[in-house]
Design a protein around this ligand. Sequence first.
Ligand SMILES: [Zn+2]
Length: 266
Amino acid sequence: MIQIHRYPGVTEWRFTSLGSRLAGYAARAFLTDDGVLIDTGIPACGAALEPMLDASVVRGAIITHHHEDHAGNVERLARRGVPLWIAPDTLPRLTSVKRIGAYRRVTWRSMPRLQSAVMPFDTGDMRMLPSPGHCADHHVVWHAPSRTLFSGDLFLGVAVRIAHHREDPWAMMDSLERMADLEPARMFCAHRGLVPEPAGALRAKAAWIRRTIGELQRQIAAGRSDGAIMRAVLGGESLAGWASAGDYSRRNFVRLVRERQALRPA
Ligand SMILES: [Zn+2]
């Protein structure tokens, strides 16, 4: 299902599947009045996307990162000849798609790999800014004339206690602070939609991560186990953690901090 919501200058396409609705998730793509599509929606909505594309002027699409809820229909767009901006780090992860966990297949479905030719895209006023943390190839899209930030998966919420096992909370803090310094007037999050007071929200998230890492580090230094720390600091495992068999979990957050701690010289 794709639902449409209009904002001044921007149309939100909100994608859900039966699985994602049961899990309480939606993924968004955004189409500017200038014809720039940011992200491509979920693979489960591929067929429903076709009439939307037929009825819209899309002069090109920008992919924020390789995850299937963002790049899920990239092959569909390439096949239609829509020009694409894809970061060099992202491209190989779209042309050869890794198998994803069952919870992601149920929520979003697996994405077809990109095999059609990629037409280059002149993105005009849009700037793609590296913003690693959520994943290494993550980019946000910044439109300076309207001070609008399309934040992909950089934000998601202030106190997000679950993590993928390859996230980098330190890089995320840096990315959040750099994007807050742009002082965006508007921010569109791929999962939350329009976020009020974006600069404050980005700084609040960076501060929450810094505080939480500090607390996790203290608990690790005190010799406590991952499970005990997760319960004490993060309130125990989340439903997503159980449903994803630990792939997207609070325990991962503890583990990421412990691994980083172990790399430090004594
Ligand atoms: Zn993502």
